[in-house]
Design a protein around this ligand. Structure first.
Ligand code: SF4
Length: 348
């Protein structure tokens, strides 16, 4: 029997490359992979496509598309948000931005944006997935790593490492931890397990998940963590890995414009006119959503279905640690328009 074709999963920044697809006799195509997030996302993308929607009513795609065209006709600059795209879409978004048709911002969280800002000021101590897998002896996850990147343990061989975990960090507890590390360099009380693990690590890998920092204190906490990292690196190795769903867009924008891409958190008052792809939990509502999972009128007044890269169409993506370029094969090719094609049609 032929081994099954394996695909790169497009649904989180880990981009695992071992997804098989199968179709039980007479049933729907489904993903064969040990990941609940991927199984749900593949089932959605491989199932009957979602209907276009205006407010609460399902409508023909052509009708929703015409409505969207009319809504955005004559608008100076259209604000487009996305959690991340493939390479070709990222290039085309940049071209539209360079022509002043749109302004692109990444659908970031306050916490993730705060870390990016901190490392841009303090310098970076980051690492790749391979570095963490190979060298780390202690892994400290902060925030929700589990739901964001469900197979992270497998990818870094976590069973060979000591693992400690914290929920969202606030500035004060982190300052106390930092103080403990500075004052107890020669030993820790048994009621300081996190400090003891960090203090004894030869290579500490900190993995930041969703909401790693308490939102109202994110800037101060991120700066404190950055300072703590520099302190730890005086005597051992300590790095931070923050998975980035928009690694491709950041890379393309940096290559083409030598400038960082905006984040939706930079201007909380700015409207999001169009979102490409699914909104994440707590995302701000958009006027129009193109592609991804339709989560209803509270997330977008209009919804236009679109092809999924890595399912309906082939593409290329950069893994969320910014290192590896991966092919997204067209697992079940279809002629549906992609999100960027629909956006270009609306702006034409
Ligand atoms: S961990 Fe992420 S990339 Fe890997 S299979 Fe699950 S959703 Fe896909």
């Amino acid at each position: 029997m032929m081994p099954p074709t394996l695909y790169v999963c497009p649904f989180c920044p880990l981009h695992c490359d071992d997804v098989a697809l199968e179709q039980p006799s007479g049933g729907n195509w489904m993903a064969k992979v040990q990941c609940g997030k991927a199984i749900t996302a593949y089932a959605h993308a491989l199932g009957d496509s979602q209907s276009a929607r205006i407010a609460d009513a399902a409508v023909a795609t052509s009708l929703a598309s015409e409505k969207a065209k009319a809504m955005f006709a004559g608008k100076d600059i259209i604000h487009v948000a996305t959690a991340g795209t493939d390479l070709d879409t990222a290039r085309r978004l940049n071209q539209l931005q360079n022509k002043n048709r749109i302004r692109v911002a990444i659908d970031d969280t306050v916490s993730a944006a705060a870390w990016r800002a901190a490392i841009s000021r303090e310098g970076t101590l980051s690492a790749t997935l391979g570095d963490v897998r190979m060298h780390a002896d202690v892994v400290w996850t902060i925030g929700d790593v589990e739901n964001e990147t469900p197979r992270w343990r497998e990818q870094i061989a976590a069973e060979t490492k000591q693992w400690i975990n914290s929920q969202s960090l606030a500035a004060e507890p982190l300052a106390e931890l930092f103080q403990t590390l500075r004052s107890n360099a020669n030993g820790y009380d048994s009621d300081e397990p996190i400090a003891a693990s960090i203090g004894s690590a030869n290579y500490l890998a900190i993995i930041l998940g969703r909401n790693a920092f308490v939102e109202s204190e994110a800037t101060a906490t991120a700066e404190m963590l950055s300072k703590m990292l520099w302190y730890l690196n005086k005597t051992s190795r300590a790095i931070v890995l923050q998975w980035d769903t928009a690694a491709t867009n950041r890379a393309v924008t940096a290559w083409q414009t030598n400038a960082p891409i905006d984040s939706v958190t930079q201007d909380s008052q700015a409207e999001i006119h169009i979102r490409l792809g699914s909104p994440s939990e707590g995302a701000k509502a958009a006027t129009l959503q193109i592609g991804g999972i339709d989560r209803g009128p509270q997330f977008a007044e209009l919804y236009l279905p679109a092809a999924t890269l890595g399912i309906d169409r082939e593409g290329v993506t950069i893994r969320g640690d910014g290192t590896v370029t991966l092919p997204l094969a067209a697992a079940r090719p279809s002629a549906d328009a992609t999100p960027i094609e629909r956006l270009e049609q609306i702006l034409a």
